[in-house]
Design a protein around this ligand. Sequence first.
Ligand SMILES: CC(C)(COP(=O)(O)OP(=O)(O)OC[C@H]1O[C@@H](n2cnc3c(N)ncnc32)[C@H](O)[C@@H]1OP(=O)(O)O)[C@@H](O)C(=O)NCCC(=O)NCCS
Length: 306
Amino acid sequence: MDSAKEPVRDAVVAVIARDARWLWIRRGPAAAFAGHWAPPSGRVEPGETHAAAVAREVREELGLEVRARARVWSCPTHDGRFRLHWWSAQVVGGTLRPAPDEVSEVRWLDPPGMRALRPVFGDDLRYFERVALARLRTPRLELLRLCPDHQAAFAALHADPAVARWLGGRWTGGRSRRALRAALEHWRAHGFGCWMLRERASGRWIGRAGLRRSRLGGREETELYYALLPDAQGRGLAREAAGALVDVVLRDLGLASVAAVTLPRNHASRRVLRAAGLVPGGTVRHAGLPHVLYRLRAAPSARSPA
Ligand SMILES: CC(C)(COP(=O)(O)OP(=O)(O)OC[C@H]1O[C@@H](n2cnc3c(N)ncnc32)[C@H](O)[C@@H]1OP(=O)(O)O)[C@@H](O)C(=O)NCCC(=O)NCCS
């Protein structure tokens, strides 16, 4: 049969993270495109659900038991023969034992590590550089990965005196441009960062929230942060955004903990952190002032045993 006329088949890709590094394999000698680096993937068998195909492929290729959580993207393969359905998946058991015919090497990689791989399919990198975690939803909010188009909304938030008083003072235009560039670089370096918050009902930008690598109380942490315009405050929206980002930490990034610091008198922020499941753990010096340190640790069962 002429291959151009073959029907397009479905295949699945498993997106699996641990400590904000993602699982990549080098395709083994018996696999198509041997030697290519890619996340674990495989075709969907007739009658099989995508979630079952994700679990089966990862078990066969790597010996790990995973639970497919959500479909996060889809795209055609470069040759058009398959439609690839990308699924986030969580390791729930098993032992990493790659099948040598299928997998010649396994690595857990951050974005710079992925960029250094050769050979690799362009869309695999595109997923991690552009698509992953780019758009999250809560009942009332959309969280959109920060991009240069957000400069005006980003600057307006930090120019508002009622917001800036909690964040070390008002930013000039130059300071906010530098902060935006640094936040974009954080995304490139770590695969997560700052999201702008848009109210779904009105389409209005109402603030920002994010996760960043920080040194808090002398320790490297993943820090949760947020700020809302004054007229959006007091409606539980920060709580909604913080809850979504705690899910990202624990499920999508597979991190062991998330932390935050707040001024002791910032009662609204303290309520938000408690509602998101973080608990106070003492006082640390931050930006020259005493802050309360909050932390949430993942339950051991939620962590990948791989
Ligand atoms: C902190 C901030 C994001 C909270 O946003 P928000 O949308 O108003 O928060 P929510 O409505 O989700 O929840 C706020 C909680 O704090 C409570 N709260 C609000 N203002 C309060 C105050 N002055 N004193 C005590 N509690 C207060 C609310 O009643 C609510 O409590 P609940 O969870 O028991 O219902 C917002 O105040 C803000 O952007 N502040 C400026 C920037 C900032 O401080 N960022 C955090 C830096 S650590």
